[in-house]
Design a protein around this ligand. Structure first.
Ligand code: SF4
Length: 349
């Protein structure tokens, strides 16, 4: 037996399988400039992850801010927090691998506590989620007795367990309006609270968290862009400052952006004011449109890579397995159920 034959027989795949996998990847990733060689380099990893997925009866959920190798190489479902939490609540897989950040993986565990939920890198946090603790919420409730508390989904499970309802950027307005009384505590995103205020009769008492990605965008950049591309549509996330949201043609969640593009066939150029991973995803999804993205990466989302996905599936260590206290699960579940009942998406612009 030659050395070359020995090398291939020691691997879990054949050359033909990897060539087919590389061709599959290239059929999608070439749209955003990936070469056949780049696709060949990741093909052994995506092939092995996809094989493990079938063997383990696992489902891979990926947020839209993940990198294209994850979105097009291994993910079964790609979307925003609301869409992925709805999938997590209904999937019949035994294992959920979350390619996103920790609060999202926790949400999957809360909705499906009997499943094994894996987060490939526990450093995948979030500046909004880190801005508030469960004790902070208890203190707010002491300060404003009887005022309902709505938490953005970008919070940890212990915080959700202290709140009356959860929301995502897709349905924040609907959830706030669904609360009893004329005042609502909204946490932790102070900018989203500012963006909601003009669209509701409720008085919103806000926490002071911000997203390290979206707080960076300013109206000066948008004005310069408008001057250069007068016919382009500007789509902004509601985690941006109100001055940016005011100048945008549409403001809402990432799934709202996708819907807007699909509904506006006449528009050919879009500027996306959100995390830059979204741009590649939309370029593949809408190859006949032009997208101008921003270069701001979420350092937490980018902790997830094919290699740590494979490690988590093959031999997870305790930091990669989401475990939550039963009481926390029950409290957070109540808050998520209220959100899922309201469900619908409502744009603020
Ligand atoms: S983009 Fe912002 S809100 Fe989303 S995970 Fe990163 S830090 Fe958190």
């Amino acid at each position: 037996m030659s050395v070359e034959t020995l090398k291939w027989t020691s691997l879990p795949y054949t050359e033909t399988q990897i060539a087919d996998e590389a061709a599959r990847l290239h059929s999608q990733l070439s749209i955003i400039g990936w070469s056949p060689v780049e696709c060949s380099l990741i093909a052994p990893l995506t092939w092995e992850i996809n094989k493990l997925k079938r063997e383990m009866n696992a489902v891979i959920l990926a947020h839209s801010y993940q990198t294209p190798d994850i979105i097009y190489g291994i993910a079964d479902h790609v979307g925003d927090s609301l869409g992925l939490s709805q999938v997590a609540a209904t999937t019949d897989a035994d294992v959920v691998v979350f390619c996103g950040v920790k609060f999202m993986a926790e949400t999957a565990k809360i909705l499906s506590p009997e499943k094994t939920v894996l987060l490939p890198d526990d450093r995948a946090g979030c500046s909004l989620a880190a801005s508030i603790t469960a004790e902070d919420v208890r203190e707010l409730k002491r300060q404003y007795p009887g005022v309902p508390v709505v938490c953005y989904v970008n919070t940890y499970a212990e915080v959700k367990a202290e709140c009356d309802a959860c929301c995502t950027s897709a349905n924040a307005l609907a959830v706030v309006n669904d609360m009893e009384g004329d005042r609502v505590i909204f946490l932790p995103d102070t900018l989203m609270a500012q963006n909601l205020r003009p669209h509701t009769d409720k008085e919103i008492i806000a926490w002071n968290g911000t997203c390290v990605v979206h707080e960076n965008f300013g109206s000066a950049e948008l004005e310069a862009f408008r001057g250069q591309y007068p016919d382009a549509k500007v789509l902004a996330h509601t985690e941006c400052v109100p001055e940016v949201v005011a100048q945008a043609d549409m403001a809402g969640s990432t799934s709202g952006m996708e819907r807007y593009i699909a509904e506006h066939e006449e528009a050919k150029t879009f500027m996306l004011v959100t995390e830059c991973g979204m741009t590649d995803k939309l370029k593949v999804q809408f190859p006949d449109r032009d997208f101008i993205g921003t270069c701001v990466l979420c350092p937490f989302m980018k902790k997830i890579e094919l290699r740590n996905v494979l490690t988590a599936m093959k031999n997870p260590d305790s930091s990669q397995v989401i475990e939550l206290d039963r009481q926390v699960i029950n409290g957070a579940r109540r808050s998520l159920d209220r959100m899922l009942q309201v469900g619908r998406a409502e744009r603020v612009k």
